[in-house]
Design a protein around this ligand. Structure first.
Ligand code: RAM
Length: 346
């Protein structure tokens, strides 16, 4: 099963990589989307390789649609900082806001205010809380949460020889994306791998939060090791966390296995030198690209965001499923042997 997943993922990955660089999208007139739209593109934080790639995709779509897109945000991935930028976007009367929610609840009132002012709101990468789904037209998500969560557990189990304890080095406690992936990891580890368990005996005790901050992620990685010195594997479902963990593992020459969601360009050295065996991710360029098209079509009223509705981005059509979610597709798995294909792309 794991082999199959990897094979499918690699095949899709190559398509994904090409999609990100070579699709010639139709001119704006052909899409029915008005030119000259002003779109605020708000990441969890600006100083991140992942969100730079996300913005690259957004800017590509904006160019195709002849829209003006501003990448605005702070250097700390918090809801409080994002609220300031959302409020600014409302004041400046943008046509649409694309946001990766650093806090699934804190930004909801501002997003609702934006919608009242006629601004289209799309979340991408990280959504608002499911109960607040009406605060956005649609969320553009990488792939099913269960798929992302269970794949990471499989990578950890494989690296640790299917035995021992596992901890999680996450992003912020308020991030919906990490939380839904972690929820999927919880029961899967113990049911699929009878000789494995969470450090401290329960999922709750096993989660450490590095807040997508390199210094804090490194400190939390070390906190896991000092509280649970025999931890077999650490899963970091965040590009910031997994990079910090790999760097610290290498620096201290530690035996703990590290895996999670890593940006190929950042993780390539650690995959090549064997610090890390396997990480995975989707193409963040596509995630930003697709979000802009969703906003454009919503503004043109050719896309409602309702379950079953769909929109086109480049050459692909995206369909909304229950919960107001449009998925990109399968995540990709990166190893020493395929990383060279990806590291130059994102
Ligand atoms: C970090 C962010 C982002 C997440 C990736 C995997 O860059 O937390 O939201 O999707 O990791």
């Amino acid at each position: 099963m794991q082999k199959k997943f990897t094979r499918i993922a690699v095949a899709t990955a190559i398509v994904g990589a090409l999609f990100a660089t070579s699709v010639v999208a139709p001119a704006s007139a052909a899409t029915g989307i008005k030119t000259g739209l002003r779109i605020a593109v708000i990441p969890k934080q600006v100083n991140s390789g992942y969100f730079e790639a996300w913005n690259k995709g957004a800017q590509k779509a904006c160019k195709e649609l002849q829209a003006k897109c501003d990448f605005i945000g702070g250097t700390k991935a918090t809801g409080a900082v994002q609220v300031q930028f959302i409020n600014k976007a409302i004041q400046k009367k943008y046509d649409a806001i694309i946001v990766a929610a650093a806090d699934q609840n804190a930004i909801v009132p501002s997003l609702k205010k934006a919608q009242k002012a006629g601004i289209i709101v799309i979340t991408s990468d990280a959504d608002v809380a499911a109960a607040s789904a009406s605060a956005r037209t649609v969320t553009i998500a990488p792939s099913e949460a269960s798929r992302i969560g269970t794949a990471e557990v499989d990578w950890a189990a494989e690296a640790a020889g299917k035995k021992g304890t596992v901890a999680i080095l996450s992003a912020a406690a308020t991030a919906a994306n990490q939380n839904i992936w972690i929820a999927a990891m919880g029961p899967y580890l113990t049911s699929k791998y009878p000789n494995m368990k969470w450090v401290g005996g329960s999922l709750d005790k096993a989660i450490f939060y590095g807040d997508d901050d390199t210094t804090k992620s490194t400190a939390q990685f070390n906190a896991i090791l000092s509280q649970y010195p025999d931890v077999a594997a650490i899963i970091a479902p965040t590009t910031v966390g997994v990079l910090a963990a790999a760097a610290e593992k290498k620096k201290k020459n530690l035996s703990v296995k590290v895996t999670g969601l890593g940006l190929p360009s950042e993780m390539a050295p650690y995959l090549k030198d064997g610090t890390v065996e396997k990480v995975g991710l989707w193409n963040p360029i596509d995630l930003g690209y697709v979000a802009i098209y969703a906003a454009g079509h919503a503004k043109a009223k050719t896309f409602t965001g309702k379950t079953g509705s769909s929109f086109k981005a480049g050459t692909k059509t995206y369909k909304v499923v229950a919960g107001g979610i449009a998925y990109l597709g399968d995540p990709f798995t990166f190893t020493k042997s395929n990383i060279a294909t990806f590291e130059k792309v994102y």
